[in-house]
Design a binder for this molecule. Structure first.
Ligand SMILES: *[C@@H]1O[C@H](CO)[C@@H](O)[C@H](O)[C@H]1NC(C)=O
Ligand SMILES: *[C@@H]1O[C@H](CO)[C@@H](O)[C@H](O)[C@H]1NC(C)=O
Ligand SMILES: *[C@@H]1O[C@H](CO)[C@@H](O)[C@H](O)[C@H]1NC(C)=O
Ligand SMILES: *[C@@H]1O[C@H](CO)[C@@H](O)[C@H](O)[C@H]1NC(C)=O
Ligand SMILES: *[C@@H]1O[C@H](CO)[C@@H](O)[C@H](O)[C@H]1NC(C)=O
Ligand SMILES: *[C@@H]1O[C@H](CO)[C@@H](O)[C@H](O)[C@H]1NC(C)=O
Ligand SMILES: *[C@@H]1O[C@H](CO)[C@@H](O)[C@H](O)[C@H]1NC(C)=O
Ligand SMILES: *[C@@H]1O[C@H](CO)[C@@H](O)[C@H](O)[C@H]1NC(C)=O
Ligand SMILES: [Zn+2]
Length: 679
């Protein structure tokens, strides 16, 4: 039992003030909850401990549950429809009914049922518990007065769920004009350390150069956990970073409610929506993933289900209320000025695009210039909104673009969907620098400044498939992008005005613990003997990646790949670093770079479970998995992640804090909070 798991249960118990006489047999279920962030039978969203930026929009959702069967069965499965909800603004004040407090009309009670499994036994036996629900939602509210509030749901006569809400005191002095938030998806400090080892030369223990991240003005750590699970995915972690609200795995800027519809869950406003609403300034999203993937999606989309990719593309262009016109939501990104990434599937007319339409055309008819390759990207004007989609799926990895360009051939991944290859793809650096030029030009009209997010998505994607070399290549590309960004900001005179924040959304349990003599490993016959090739402690030796190729003892394995300084000069030294992750499927390991493309460690066996891919690292030894056998890839891990900040407002990023604090720190640097409607 981890400390985090325990404390969330304890919090749950203090939150759920069950004053009823008939004591409820509280199920201690940790992993199969009836509804995350709702341990009692009365649910309040935003839930206990929610923090708000003054003036930030949010919805309120109330649910009363009556389990029909299972260990929580109550009230013969009849939910109380006469629940009340009031808000108390100070300890000695009245608790005012929600309609009075927010001056809104009351809403209708909605009733329905849902099912859930209480534990693995119930799942194996297929005996879900049935829960009847009575629910209400109030949309598009905001709190302006800083301080703490008690939001009280009263139900079943004398039961009460209290949610403590905090409206933080906003900063009124704007520190930064522009903000660029870099996300190294899945990036941990041990990956940064490993990237430094292979990309930067050291003489007798002294590095001759450092990562750009190593040289930022402020360093902090943030905690990545979800609201109802201690391991997060990229949707709810990005939600925390951009909206200041913890949520559930797969959720984008909503609290997950119990209804089926993935678009009706209670929303809250993102930093991108707020920046647009408060400043009118331009916003940008750049990613090496498909652009509707979770990390970019969390800037503008609102849904319980991150895999609703067509809807996410639709919400980028037209906003959430256009997608669900019967659900009121007062704000939107109003079409981000820059959208650069991959994922042509959502734009080419067909199965993946909104209603099967040509979504490139839809963007063009809203005034976007649309570009499809790096040549067009670099030639594009700086004054229009710009959509750049450079291939289907995810962008090619830095290693494949720069070291093994032949791997780009034969993929049939052109953004036009015509089945040709996307051979002229930009990297993170090319996209980010161009995005800055466009945002800068578009911010001139009202001197608004700009906000952008730039994501190195495939650090995570390559860690999932245990392709450590590609993951570190992506990380070095991110660092190179940060360095080039700082120089470019200096060149255009915006360096002193721009807050740069670099962080991750979660980690993978990666580290390096030695080196391997790959030649010796391949020559051994048995799996146990192959492991003798691993050198630990003094036998780990020195990095062969930064040694000049002609000084290597065995230059037959040399693979060049340097694009200027601070990338390895040799990606395949005989003595390779030995990495591992804590979470992996069955696989085979030989510690050499995979030259033919991203690795595929496990494949589906005849019984549907995942086994060693017989074609992967054929000279390696087998490592049995540490995951359930239905997992094909590694998974995310618990670790805190680093935060690096530079420029105006960067001091606020020092120390150890929660992921949600990143939102508040950025919002404060931009002075986006408002203590009244008209201030
Ligand atoms: C709700 O209250 C009304 C009177 O205010 C009562 O008639 C009704 O039976 C109550 N419903 C439930 C489900 O308790
Ligand atoms: C759940 O609701 C459906 C209708 O939406 C109904 O057909 C079904 O009987 C209900 N199940 C239970 C156990 O009440
Ligand atoms: C609850 O009732 C449903 C049928 O309405 C049944 O399928 C399910 O197995 C029951 N669950 C439990 C935990 O008894
Ligand atoms: C699809 O078309 C329907 C009806 O015209 C419209 O209401 C809906 O918003 C469209 N959805 C998308 C994703 O385009
Ligand atoms: C870039 O895209 C344009 C438009 O689709 C095309 O005409 C041009 O040939 C492409 N350039 C390269 C280098 O692929
Ligand atoms: C875009 O802005 C950059 C930086 O100011 C400039 O070098 C470039 O020429 C501009 N491009 C166009 C097409 O105006
Ligand atoms: C690279 O990965 C692919 C997919 O797993 C595999 O077929 C191939 O054998 C690998 N190559 C090496 C050198 O491990
Ligand atoms: C992997 O696990 C299987 C049992 O599932 C066992 O037979 C085999 O010896 C293990 N292999 C290694 C290399 O540990
Ligand atoms: Zn991931």
């Amino acid at each position: 039992m981890s400390v985090l798991g325990l404390s969330s249960t304890m919090q749950g118990k203090t939150v759920a003030l069950l004053l009823g006489v008939g004591a409820l047999t509280c199920v201690s279920a940790q992993t199969f909850t009836r509804l995350g962030a709702c341990p009692s039978l009365g649910c309040v969203f935003p839930p206990d401990q929610a923090s708000f930026l003054a003036g930030q929009y949010f919805d309120v959702r109330l649910e009363v549950h009556a389990p029909v069967n299972g260990t929580e069965a109550y009230n013969a499965g009849v939910p109380d429809q006469n629940f009340t909800f009031c808000i108390q603004a100070s300890d000695d004040g009245d608790c005012q009914d929600v309609t009075t407090f927010f001056s809104v009309h009351d809403t209708e009670v909605d009733t329905y049922n849902f099912t859930y499994y209480e534990d693995l036994f119930a799942q194996d036996d297929d005996t879900p518990s049935v829960v009847n629900v009575a629910a209400k939602t109030y949309r598009g509210l905001a709190l302006y007065t800083p301080g703490s509030y008690k939001a009280k749901l009263k139900y079943y006569n004398d039961w009460e769920t209290v949610a403590n809400w905090y409206v933080r005191e906003p900063t009124k002095e704007k520190a930064a004009k522009n903000v660029i938030l870099f996300i190294g998806d899945g990036m941990t400090q041990s990956m940064i350390t490993a990237a430094r080892l292979i990309g930067h030369k050291s003489i007798n223990g002294v590095y001759q150069s450092l990562m750009q991240m190593d040289q930022m003005e402020a360093l902090g750590h943030q905690m990545t956990h979800s609201i109802d699970s201690f391991i997060t995915d990229s949707a709810n972690s990005a939600t925390a970073l951009y909206s200041g609200k913890k949520s559930t795995v797969n959720a984008l800027n909503v609290y997950a409610d119990s209804s089926k519809d993935p678009f009706d869950d209670p929303k809250f406003e993102t930093i991108a929506e707020l920046f647009r609403r408060r400043t009118g300034g331009p916003i940008g999203m750049v990613s090496t993933a498909f652009i509707t993937d979770a990390t970019p999606a969390a800037l503008c989309a609102h849904t319980r289900a991150r895999d609703e990719l067509a809807a996410i593309a639709y919400e980028y262009l037209y906003g959430p209320s256009a997608y669900t016109p019967d659900i009121y939501w007062p704000t939107s990104c109003e079409g981000p000025d820059v959208i650069f990434g991959a994922g042509a599937e959502q734009f080419i007319p067909g199965d993946g695009s909104p209603n099967g339409t040509d979504f490139y055309k839809a963007f063009a008819s809203e005034g976007y210039q649309v570009v499809y390759n790096n040549t067009e990207l670099q030639a594009a004007g700086n004054d229009s909104k710009t959509l750049g989609i450079f291939c289907t799926s995810n962008l090619a990895k830095w290693i494949d673009r720069n070291v093994y360009p032949e791997n780009l051939v034969g993929l049939g991944n052109s953004p036009s969907g015509d089945g040709t290859d996307a051979l002229d793809q930009p990297g993170l650096k090319q996209m980010t620098l161009k995005a800055i030029d466009i945002l800068q030009e578009r911010s001139k009209a009202n001197d608004s400044g700009w906000f952008m997010m730039s994501e190195a998505a495939s650090i995570d994607k390559m860690m999932h498939v245990l392709d450590y070399d590609r993951a570190l290549g992506e990380l070095l590309e991110l660092d190179d992008t940060i360095k080039a960004t700082m120089q470019h900001l200096k060149d255009i005179g915006e360096y002193e005005n721009t807050l740069i924040v670099v962080t991750a959304d979660h980690g993978h349990g990666f580290d390096v613990y030695g080196s391997a003599d790959t030649k010796y490993l391949a020559a051994q016959a048995s799996d146990r003997k192959k492991r003798s090739a691993i050198g630990v402690y003094q036998n780990s030796g020195l990095s062969g990646y930064t040694v000049e190729a002609d000084s290597l003892p065995n230059n037959a394995t040399v693979v060049y790949g340097a694009e200027g300084p601070n990338f390895p000069v040799n990606w395949a030294p005989r003595y390779a670093y030995v990495p591992g992750v804590v979470a992996f499927p069955d696989h085979r390991e030989a510690y050499g770079i995979n030259k033919t493309g991203p690795r595929l460690p496990a494949t589906e066996g005849t019984d549907g479970s995942y086994e060693v891919n017989p074609y992967d690292q054929p000279h390696g030894y087998i490592i049995n998995g540490s995951l359930p056998t239905d997992e094909a890839q590694g998974v995310h891990s618990l670790t805190d992640v680093s935060v690096f900040a530079n420029g105006p407002g960067s001091e606020a990023f020092r120390g150890v804090y929660n992921s949600i604090d990143i939102f508040f720190k950025i919002a404060d640097a931009l002075a986006l909070g408002r203590t009244s409607e008209d201030y």
